[in-house]
Design a protein around this ligand. Structure first.
Ligand SMILES: Nc1ncnc2c1ncn2[C@@H]1O[C@H](COP(=O)(O)OP(=O)(O)OP(=O)(O)O)[C@@H](O)[C@H]1O
Length: 227
């Protein structure tokens, strides 16, 4: 049986005292590529936030990578996030430093100290997203698609078991979206699990995969033709 990366039972998601989603039962196995769809305000981002420890698990039980979301303490959150690669719609790169320094900043913040190991890791992740020659550039010198590739490279720095991507193509034109999607597909093909929230149905049709939908406070799996 393949390894479970995410398991939720009867989970509710709250924003402050407001219930956003409830009765979520879900299993994601190692190596899966899963889409999360749903209209604006249906709870996709809130769901992601629960998974990376930004919202507490108040109801139900949940396990993600090796962490129990129910008993997760504030001090555990940085360790959980090291096992997750998180990619946002806005790339959240630090504007005042080069790509290499952006990546080095994350490595140092997550406990890396050896310069040559850091250099090798940065080269490896830039290679994975086809950006090996761009490390000296500043974020504003890159296109949106290139910045998103760097954000994906940054998410790969600590060899995450699960990548959570919240509308990673939301700010990109259709062609660039496909390029970024190809990068995510390649990463998935190396055995990494990806959960991607998206509004982009064209991408889902082009790259069909398991699809979850947030609607009416629920999360359920949809068959492709009903998307
Ligand atoms: N910080 C917050 N405080 C209170 N309520 C919030 C907060 N963030 C979101 N909400 C509410 O939670 C519900 C779900 O929002 P969420 O951002 O999860 O939706 P979404 O599906 O990600 O939407 P979008 O596609 O627009 O990003 C909405 O009703 C929203 O108003």
């Amino acid at each position: 049986m393949s390894e479970s990366i995410l398991h939720l039972e009867n989970v509710s998601v709250f924003q402050k005292e407001n219930l956003v989603l409830n009765e979520i039962n879900l299993e994601v196995k190692k190596g899966e590529f899963v889409y999360l769809i749903g209209k604006t305000g249906s709870g996709k981002s809130s769901f992601m936030k629960l998974l990376y420890g930004d919202l507490p698990l108040l109801e139900g039980s949940g396990h993600i990578v090796d962490f129990d979301l129910k008993t997760l303490k504030e001090k555990d959150i940085p360790y959980l996030r090291r096992k997750l690669g998180i990619v946002f719609q806005d790339f959240k790169l630090l504007p005042d430093r080069s790509i290499n320094k952006n990546l080095r900043f994350v490595l140092k913040a997550t406990g890396w100290t050896d310069d040559s190991l850091m250099d090798a890791k940065i080269e490896e992740v830039l290679g994975k997203v086809g950006m090996k020659t761009k490390g000296f550039k500043f974020p504003h010198e890159l296109s949106g698609g290139e910045q998103q590739r760097i954000a994906i490279a940054r998410a790969l720095l600590n060899d995450p078991e699960l990548i959570l991507a919240d509308e990673p193509t939301g700010n990109l034109d259709p062609q660039t979206s496909v390029e970024v999607m190809k990068v995510l597909q390649e990463i998935n093909a190396t055995g990494r699990t990806i959960l991607m929230a998206t509004h982009d149905y064209a991408l889902i049709l082009k790259y069909p995969s398991k699809t979850l939908k947030c609607d009416g406070n629920k999360v359920f799996e949809v068959v492709q033709k009903a998307v």
